[in-house]
Design a protein around this ligand. Structure first.
Ligand code: HEM
Length: 366
């Protein structure tokens, strides 16, 4: 009995020792493997500031091109307070976005995350993310936007009229146009009541999107965070007015407010600001590229002009007055649609996006 008890104790001790030894051995080898794998080439720039100014003080593509020329398609750098690795080869992009996607969580630099708000769709995965995607999509399906085509046309006409007699910066004008259309899609026809207030705050906010997250009076970040607070207050006012009126709305705010399980006011505000951020510069950039390509391709410009003019003629009534554009008209524009599709295919709209690795990831020996 005694001897078997001693044997059991000895076996357990040996087993524990073995486990301990194996764990030590494993951690030694994994640490030395990790040590052996070098980080990609590149430079981390200045402490904390890193290479933020090199990236944002010029066209980001110039930064990428010079880094790529020097270090290849994968290099390390330090942007907006985060050490990071930039990748630009299709193989590496596929690894991050497809084959090893679970190892990379959606993220943005701290400044942008705090300005958009933690509850915005971009920082989430799983059920909450899927729910938000559904609610956003619902507000941009044909059923929801077909009733605002004539209002979008009015915004376009007003924009064109405002250009008369002055030279313009196309991208800036497209940003104003897309901001107004975004507000219409989010708040419906009520948007006109809040347009100027929202515009004033949003324009201050966006100036700080790419700032260092230093929240002391006078910094860009501090001014933007104040504008962000004001935006949340305006949105709270809009929400409360809507709740009192108790009507049905087909717009994005209506979609968020109609969610059965109920989104909090903070979740609604973060996602409204998030959608303005996602929709505005991207769409303005596509529109700017379309104008550039049409300017360079006279025969295509002529074909698009003829298609648009023929729709306008078909809408003139007997007195010669034009009727507003409808959803049905928008479906009769095959050449215009092809120009949009081709522009989306060839133009570079988003230069880059962000992911955070949840654990060390090896790619091509680094
Ligand atoms: C043609 C213009 C647009 C382009 C090129 C574009 C491009 C993109 C890209 C590449 C992403 C993924 C970013 C990432 O995963 O890091 C994205 C996400 C997103 N975009 Fe757009 N976008 C455009 C217009 C819009 C518009 C008009 C809206 C308005 C609803 C919008 C709303 C969103 C949202 C909500 C997300 C996050 C989706 C998610 O996390 O599942 N985008 N967009």
């Amino acid at each position: 009995m005694d001897s078997s008890f001693t044997t059991i104790c000895f076996s357990i001790a040996l087993l524990l020792f073995l486990i301990h030894f194996l764990l030590k051995l494993f951690s030694f080898f994994s640490a030395s493997t990790a040590r052996k794998l070098p980080l990609p080439p590149g430079s981390l720039g200045w402490p904390y500031i890193g290479e933020t100014f090199q990236l944002y003080s010029q066209n980001p593509n110039v930064f990428f091109a010079s880094k790529q020329e020097r270090y290849g398609t994968i290099f390390k750098t330090h942007i907006l307070g985060c050490p990071c690795v930039m990748i630009s080869s299709p193989e590496a992009a596929k690894l991050v976005l497809v084959t090893k996607a679970p190892l990379f969580k959606p993220t943005f630099p701290a400044s942008k995350e705090r300005m958009l708000g933690k509850q915005a769709i971009f920082f989430h995965q799983g059920d909450y993310h899927a729910k938000l995607r559904k609610l956003v999509l619902r507000a941009f399906m044909p059923g929801a936007i077909k009733n605002i085509v004539s209002n979008i046309e009015s915004i376009a006409t007003q924009t064109l009229q405002s250009w008369e007699g002055r030279s313009i910066n196309t991208f800036q004008e497209m940003k104003t146009y897309t901001f107004n259309v975004a507000l219409l899609s989010i708040f419906g026809k009520d948007e006109i009541l809040y347009r100027e207030e929202l515009k004033r705050c949003y324009y201050i906010l966006e100036k700080g999107y790419n700032s260092m997250p230093i929240n002391i009076p006078g910094t860009l970040f501090n001014k933007s965070m104040k504008a962000r607070k004001e935006l949340a207050q305006i949105l709270a006012k809009i929400l409360s007015t809507r709740r009192q009126a108790n009507g049905d709305h087909n717009d994005l705010l209506g979609s968020f407010m109609g969610d059965k399980e109920g989104l909090t006011d903070e979740q609604i505000a973060d996602n409204i600001i998030g959608v303005i951020f996602a929709a505005r510069d991207t769409t303005a950039s596509v529109l700017t590229w379309i104008l550039k390509y049409l300017g360079e391709n006279q025969s295509v410009l002529q074909a698009v002009t003829e298609e648009q003019e023929s729709i306008m003629r078909s809408k003139e009534d007997k007195c010669g007055e034009e009727k507003s554009l409808t959803w049905e008209d928008a479906k009769k524009m095959p050449i215009t649609s092809r120009v949009i599709q081709e522009t989306l295919r060839i133009a570079s709209i988003l230069s880059f996006t962000f992911r955070e690795a949840v654990e060390d990831v090896e790619f091509e020996g680094r």
